[in-house]
Ligand binder design. Structure first.
Ligand SMILES: Nc1nc2c(ncn2[C@@H]2O[C@H](COP(=O)(O)OP(=O)(O)OP(=O)(O)O)[C@@H](O)[C@H]2O)c(=O)[nH]1
Ligand SMILES: [Mg+2]
Length: 344
C-alpha cells in the first residue's frame, strides 16, 4: 500500500436549512395561522481518530469534502431534517494545521471524535414570528451558512524510539529482531521507502514502540537520496537509536557516518525552526549503537569502539542484528530509557 503522510483538504460544514413561510389551510378558513417550520441544522465536520489507520492514503484524489446542508422547514410547523455530519477519519498522530496561517488546530494523538466545523443553524419559520401584533408574518429566516476552511493534514507517527542511520546500517534488520515488524531487508541502500512501526514486548504488561525510517544520507536536506521528510516521523519520539555500521562500504569510518547523520538533523532543525511546537532533533538524547560487529575481530572492535568514543564522545553499544549478539542488553537499555523518562 502506498504511504501518504501529507494532504491538503478544504472542508465545509453544511448550510442551515431555511425556515418556511406557510399558512394553515383549513376548510372554510381563507387564511389560517402561520405554520412555517424551522430549517434543519447543517452537518458538522468532525475528525475521528482511528487507531486502525496508519496512513492518509484514503484522501488521495480528494480536495473538497462537505457535510450535508440542512433541509428547509415546511408547513404544519415541520422542522427540516438536519444535514448529515461529515466524519474525517485520520490515523493517530495526525496534525491538522490551518493552510493559511500554519497554526496547529489539532494534534490528534488520542483516539476520539473532535468537532472541527459547526454546521449552520436552521432558520426560524414564520410560525416562530407570530405575535399579537403580527398574527400573519410573511417572513422566515434563512439558514446560517456553514464554515469552510482549508487544512493540511500531516501524519507524524507516534513511537517511543526512532531508529536513525545511513542506508544499510541494519535498521530494518534490527526492528525485525526486536519486534514482530517484518520490513523488507536487503543489501542495497534505500530498501525501506516508508516508515515502519514495531512493538517491542518486554513482558505481558510492558511494551514500547520503535520506528524504523528510510535511511538518510549526506545532503538529504538538499534532496539527496530520499530527502529528509521522513524525519517528521521521529519528531515525537523520546530519543533516537542511532545505528551505525562498523563497516562502511566506501571505506569511510563509523565516526564519519555518525556525523553525516548529525549534520542532517541540524539541517532539519533549521528548516523547521519556525514551525509551531517544533522540538529540535539534533539535541534529542541518542543511544548510539554500532552494528554488524560479526564482521570484525574482537581486537579490531575494541579499537573501533575506542576511536569512536574519543572522536564522537559517546560510548557506543556494540551489537550484531544478524547473529543477535548483545541484542537483549540493547532491549534492556531501550526499555530502561523509555520507562524511566515516563516517570521523570
Ligand atoms: N553481517 C551483518 N549484516 C547485517 C547486520 N545487520 C544488517 N545486516 C545486513 O545489512 C544489509 C542492510 O540491512 P537493512 O536492515 O536492510 O538496512 P537498513 O538500515 O534498514 O537500510 P535502508 O532501509 O536501505 O535504509 C542487509 O543485507 C542485512 O542483512 C549485521 O548485524 N551483520
Ligand atoms: Mg531498512
Amino acid at each position: 500500500m502506498r504511504f501518504v503522510d501529507e494532504v491538503t483538504l478544504t472542508l465545509s460544514s453544511g448550510h442551515g436549512g431555511a425556515g418556511a413561510v406557510s399558512f394553515r389551510r383549513e376548510a372554510m378558513v381563507p387564511r389560517g395561522g402561520p405554520d412555517g417550520g424551522e430549517g434543519g441544522r447543517g452537518g458538522h465536520v468532525y475528525f475521528v481518530v482511528s487507531p486502525s489507520l496508519n496512513s492518509l492514503v484514503h484522501f488521495r484524489g480528494k480536495k473538497h469534502l462537505k457535510a450535508e446542508d440542512g433541509r428547509p422547514g415546511s408547513g404544519q410547523n415541520r422542522t427540516g431534517r438536519d444535514g448529515l455530519d461529515l466524519r474525517i477519519h485520520v490515523p493517530l498522530g495526525t496534525q491538522v494545521r490551518d493552510k493559511e496561517s500554519g497554526a496547529v488546530i489539532f494534534d490528534l494523538s488520542q483516539p476520539g471524535e473532535y468537532l472541527f466545523l459547526k454546521g449552520g443553524r436552521g432558520g426560524k419559520g414564520n410560525f416562530f414570528f407570530r405575535s399579537s401584533v403580527n398574527q400573519a408574518p410573511e417572513y422566515a429566516q434563512p439558514g446560517e451558512p456553514g464554515e469552510t476552511r482549508t487544512v493540511i493534514l500531516e501524519l507524524k507517527l507516534i513511537a517511543d524510539v526512532g531508529i536513525i542511520g545511513l542506508p544499510n546500517a541494519g535498521k530494518s534488520t534490527l526492528i525485525s529482531r526486536i519486534s514482530a515488524a517484518r520490513p523488507k531487508i536487503a543489501d542495497y541502500p534505500f530498501t525501506t521507502l516508508t516508515p515502519n512501526l514495531g512493538v517491542v514486548k518486554i513482558d505481558d504488561w510492558n511494551s514500547f514502540v520503535v520506528a524504523d525510517i528510510p535511511g538518510l544520507i549526506k545532503g538529504a536536506s538538499r534532496g539527496a537520496g530520499l530527502g529528509i521528510q521522513f524525519l517528521k516521523h521521529v519528531e515525537r519520539t523520546k530519543f533516537f537509536l542511532h545505528l551505525v555500521s562498523v563497516w562502511q562500504p566506501d571505506g569511510s569510518t563509523p565516526e564519519r557516518a555518525f556525523f553525516d547523520i548529525q549534520e542532517e538533523l541540524a539541517q532539519y532543525d533549521q528548516l523547521n525552526a519556525d514551525k509551531e511546537g517544533f522540538f529540535p532533533l539534533s539535541g534529542r538524547p541518542q543511544l548510539v549503537v554500532l552494528n554488524k560487529i560479526d564482521l570484525c575481530e574482537e581486537e579490531e572492535l575494541v579499537r573501533i569502539k575506542q576511536r569512536f568514543q574519543e572522536i564522537v564522545g559517546y560510548e557506543p553499544l556494540a551489537i550484531s542484528a544478524v547473529t543477535g549478539k548483545n541484542i537483549s542488553q540493547l532491549v534492556e537499555e531501550l526499555a530502561h530509557r523509555v520507562f524511566n523518562q515516563d516517570k521523570g
